[in-house]
Design a protein around this ligand. Structure first.
Ligand code: ZN
Length: 280
């Protein structure tokens, strides 16, 4: 991601996605920054020294005002309503979810009747639209968010901003008619294909917030464990720290990652400055 952006003259933004206040811990951010610094992958924005210094527009837990403004904007156009449903209540209403599909919000609170003071949870109305977009790897795709997930949860029952709202507002950047502080508009989003289902709804939400043309998306395959399951922090798989402790050099870690991403034919040691050269 870093290499691709550098190869094409883009700027790399390090964004700390700690909108989930329950699961996020300050030590995760510190560890992430330290790993990137050790590898020599310096971002252009959201730089380590600035993040360490205090509140930052590149840390989601510091961006509540921007999310609040976006929600107010949508509410002003009648697109937001309070939702009193628990996940369990939604599941009881919709019945069992077929494998490979997600729980779709059936619109229980859509027509009103929930006291806004009773819950901080808010949903955004999604009109039933087909959203078409082009993925740089997978080609032309089409999704109907209203059928996939129903009206989007923007803030949950605990008052936390959701991933969907936070990333869409952050990707908008600041600018005429947009929300947020001094953050650049994101033009290219490179991420794992486990997030592909979110793309249509994020584009639809971005349009409601004033961005008619979506960013370019590239969804890459995930690195899997030998049994096919996803790498995860809870499985203690995140690699860099453990490899470093095992005596690997940054160059060896980067070379291995490039090889596993099919950027190299065989693993060899490479320096951070060489990574952009691996991209056409
Ligand atoms: Zn509801």
């Amino acid at each position: 991601m870093w290499g691709l952006a550098r190869a094409h003259g883009g700027r790399v933004v390090l964004r700390v996605e700690d909108h989930d206040r329950v699961r996020s811990r300050p030590e995760y951010e510190a560890a992430l920054i330290e790993d990137l610094e050790w590898l020599g992958l310096e971002p252009d924005l959201g730089r380590p020294d600035a993040l360490r210094a205090g509140p930052s527009p590149f840390r989601q837990s510091d961006r509540s005002a921007a999310y609040e403004a976006a929600l107010r904007d949508l509410a002003g156009r009648g697109l937001v309503y309070p939702c009193a449903c628990t996940r369990r209540r939604i599941a009881e209403r919709t019945g069992p979810v077929p494998p490979g599909e997600e729980l779709r919000y059936p619109g229980t609170c859509r027509e009103g009747g929930v006291d806004p003071a009773a819950t901080p949870a808010r949903r955004v109305r999604l009109e039933r639209l087909e959203v078409r977009f082009t993925d740089l790897r997978l080609g032309r795709l089409s999704q109907v968010p209203a059928d996939q997930c129903g009206d989007l949860l923007a803030r949950d029952r605990d008052g936390h901003w959701t991933y969907q709202l936070a990333v869409v507002v952050d990707d908008l950047g600041s600018g005429p008619g947009l929300h947020g502080g001094d953050v650049p508009r994101i033009d290219v989003v490179i991420r794992g294909e486990d997030l592909l289902d979110s793309t249509g709804r994020q584009i639809q939400l971005a349009r409601l917030l004033g961005r008619p043309e979506p960013p370019a998306f590239l969804h890459h395959p995930l690195l899997l464990r030998p049994d096919g399951s996803k790498l995860s922090k809870s499985n203690r798989d995140t690699g860099v720290r453990d490899l470093r402790a095992a005596g690997w050099s940054p160059e060896r870690v980067l070379g291995e990652a490039a090889y596993r991403s099919a950027l190299l034919d065989r693993p060899r040691e490479i320096r951070a400055e060489e990574v952009p050269n691996l991209f056409p």
